[in-house]
Write a protein that binds this ligand. Structure first.
Ligand code: CA
Length: 197
C-alpha cells in the first residue's frame, strides 16, 4: 500500500477509469480497478481500500447494490464511498447519500483535480500511516478568527494538545444536512494521541 492509501475505482467505462486512475496515481495513491459491480464488491471486501469511487450504472451488480453490501458488512461499512452520478440524476444522488455514500461527483462535470480534493478530504479521516493530508490551523493567520475559534473550542493558547503538547490539526467532514453549498463540519484533534476536541 502506498503511504497515502489505496483507492478502489469501480467503473465500467474505460475512459473514466483511466482518467481517475492517472490523477490518483500521480498524486501518490495506490489504485485498484474493478470493471463491474461484482468485481467491485469482491475487491472492496478482500482488499479493504481506504476509499471507493463507485459508479452507479454498472453491469452485474449496480452501484446501489454494491453500496448496500459495503454498508451492511462489518469489514467494509466504514470505508468512505464517493459515487459517480450522471448529470441531472438528483434522485440517484439523494438515494446514494441516504444509503451511506459520503460524497458524490457528477460525471464530466467535476474535473479530476476537484475529485482529488474530495478524496483528500475523506482519506484524511482515516488512520492512514504516513504523510496524510491534514488541515493545519489556518486561523493562526487571522487573529480574530483564532480568538473566536479558541473561545468556541476552549483550547489552551497555542492550539497544543494538553497531554502531548503537539500542535492540533483541524479535521473537516462533509456535512450533507445543510443545504445550499458545500459545507463542512470540523473538529480539532491531536495527531499524536488522536483525542478530539
Ligand atoms: Ca457506468
Amino acid at each position: 500500500m502506498s503511504q497515502k492509501g489505496t483507492v478502489l475505482i469501480v467503473e465500467d467505462q474505460e475512459g473514466f477509469r483511466n482518467v481517475y486512475e492517472d490523477v490518483l496515481v500521480s498524486d501518490g495513491y495506490s489504485v485498484i480497478l474493478a470493471v463491474d459491480g461484482e468485481e467491485g464488491w469482491e475487491l472492496a471486501r478482500t482488499k479493504k481500500p481506504n476509499l471507493i469511487l463507485l459508479d452507479l450504472g454498472l453491469p452485474k451488480l449496480d452501484g446501489f447494490e454494491v453500496l448496500r453490501l459495503i454498508r451492511e458488512t462489518d469489514a467494509t461499512k466504514d470505508i468512505p464511498v464517493i459515487i459517480f452520478s450522471v448529470m441531472g440524476e438528483q434522485k440517484d444522488i439523494k438515494k446514494a447519500l441516504e444509503m451511506g455514500a459520503n460524497d458524490y461527483t457528477v460525471k464530466g462535470f467535476y474535473t479530476p483535480r476537484q475529485i482529488l480534493s474530495k478524496i483528500k478530504g475523506l482519506v484524511t479521516q482515516l488512520d492512514v500511516k504516513g504523510p496524510v493530508v491534514s488541515y493545519k490551523l489556518q486561523v493562526k493567520e487571522d487573529k480574530l478568527d483564532a480568538v473566536k475559534l479558541r473561545e468556541e473550542v476552549g483550547l489552551p493558547k497555542g492550539y497544543l494538545c494538553p497531554d502531548c503538547k503537539v500542535e492540533l490539526v483541524l479535521e473537516m467532514f462533509p456535512d450533507y444536512v445543510r443545504q445550499g453549498g458545500h459545507w463542512y463540519s470540523s473538529r480539532l484533534s491531536c495527531p499524536n494521541c488522536a483525542k478530539a476536541f
